[in-house]
Ligand binder design. Structure first.
Ligand code: ADP
Length: 423
């Protein structure tokens, strides 16, 4: 229910293919409901008269194909109705995917479309992925969502890449259900943090997804939707072409940037379809601070839940009971390397860390691996803990963990991502 008397109630009449856009800031919240007609939020159908609550940081578009009456309660910022949207083009893109899925259904030699969305930062890549996944699942498909955007992951926390099988539309307020995702620890907020490791993990995840698809006919027919990050120049561009190769993508959707589109048309083999789509005028640009805030709230959500609260555990861990590693040794020039080794090989090496104040407030990934080297970077992770206190004298640290003690494994991987627990 709305708090205080300053809350206003606004009603909007939307015509067919109109979109109501608004944001929520500060300590405000906005409660939205559909009074008449039908509408959707990023491809998830809204239930009439149901109240949806949006919290600070939300940037929402309520779209209607047929027309609808929408009510907003609370302080909505920058609220307006847009009559021009790219939604018809996005729907056509979905229709194209459905065609390919039907072909795969009829011919067991084929698999469903593997589509990758690329473009610079803040052009609506994640939003388009969500829309296409939602439309797919509403048609009874079970597509796989792969999120390679290590800065703003929608599958797990920042600093990871991951995938999940989408079995129901995204929840309007919370996004896709995160049951049983496949998650790999990367440890940096941008692929540029360790591009060699990033590419290695992409290949590993791609192999894993191929195996899953082989084992699940429905997912195999439904295909894959891949989200990428907004780094599209130089090594960033090369990592996009690596993703395309590793996942054997069939379709690349380029949002907003014609230059990137032309480069991909030039460099991709002819059987890869490269499609240009405009960005929506509603996509909101985020500055560095907003990005960092979004990362924080992802980590907070991991430990504490979003709407249905979770109660993480806090306990002490003896330094001697765990082994903490960082992936990637500092680069040495090739001339300093042992014979036959390249400096680049260092980038996927495990380096053991002496636990100390340097790990305070850092995220540690709990690896599934029992033994060292190769296996560790190729293994997905069991989960994450956060170091909330370090006591060098007692050789102990205090950690925040979703699971009670003891830790399921003792091999921990240090992430550059930090989180200040203030709960
Ligand atoms: P990218 O993945 O390219 O960085 P996002 O898909 O995350 O971009 O979009 C950036 C922000 O814009 C998100 O907060 C999203 O909710 C918002 N947004 C996307 N499309 C619209 C729209 N049509 N109207 C209003 N906000 C939108």
């Amino acid at each position: 229910s709305a708090e205080g008397s300053t809350d206003s109630v606004q009603t909007f009449e939307l015509g067919p293919e109109h979109e109501l856009r608004f944001e929520v800031e500060g300590k405000n919240k906005v409660i939205m409901s559909v009074r008449a007609g039908m509408a959707e939020v990023f491809g998830t159908e809204l239930v009439k008269e149901k109240e949806y609550t949006f919290l600070s940081g939300a940037k929402i578009a309520v779209f209607t194909w047929q027309g609808a009456t929408i009510e907003l309660r609370g302080k909505a910022e920058g609220c307006y109705i847009a009559k021009e949207t790219p939604m018809v083009m996005y729907l056509n893109c979905h229709a194209g995917l459905e065609q390919l899925r039907r072909k795969a259904e009829e011919n067991s030699e084929l698999h469903g479309p593997v589509l990758m969305v690329v473009g610079p930062q803040d052009v609506g890549k994640s939003t388009l992925c969500r829309l296409l996944l939602n439309y797919g699942v509403r048609m009874g498909r079970r597509p796989i969502f792969v999120d390679l955007d290590v800065g703003q992951s929608h599958v797990s926390i920042p600093g990871t890449i991951g995938a999940l099988l989408v079995e129901r539309p995204a929840a309007v307020e919370e996004g896709f259900s995160q049951q049983a995702p496949i998650v790999y620890h990367f440890g940096h907020k941008s692929p540029s943090g360790n591009i060699k490791l990033f590419n290695t993990l992409v290949s590993t995840l791609a192999e894993c997804i191929k195996e899953r698809m082989q084992a699940n006919r429905k997912a195999n027919v439904s295909g894959v939707i891949i989200n990428t990050c907004g780094w599209v120049k130089q090594s960033g561009y090369r990592s996009l072409t690596h993703i395309a190769q590793a996942f054997e993508v069939d379709v690349i959707v380029v949002l907003d940037q014609e230059r990137l589109y032309n480069e991909l048309v030039r460099d991709m083999p002819p059987f890869v379809r490269v499609v240009f789509l405009p960005k929506s005028g509603g996509v909101v640009e985020r500055n560095k601070a907003a990005r960092s805030e979004a990362r924080d709230s992802r980590v907070k959500e991991y430990f504490y839940g979003l709407r249905s609260p979770m109660y993480p555990h806090s306990f002490d861990v003896r330094f001697s009971d765990v082994k903490i590693y960082k992936i990637g040794a500092p680069s040495l020039p090739d001339s300093c390397m042992p014979l036959g080794m390249k400096a680049d090989d260092n980038k996927t090496k495990l380096v053991q860390m002496q636990p100390g104040m340097g790990i305070l407030n850092h995220i540690l990934a709990v690896s599934f691996a029992n033994s060292l080297e190769e296996e560790v970077i190729q293994s997905n992770v069991a989960g994450f803990i956060c170091v909330t206190k370090v006591d060098p004298e007692r050789q102990m640290m205090t950690v925040l963990s979703p699971q009670p003690r003891p830790l399921p494994q003792t091999l921990l991987l240090l992430s550059e991502v930090q989180y200040m627990d203030s709960q």
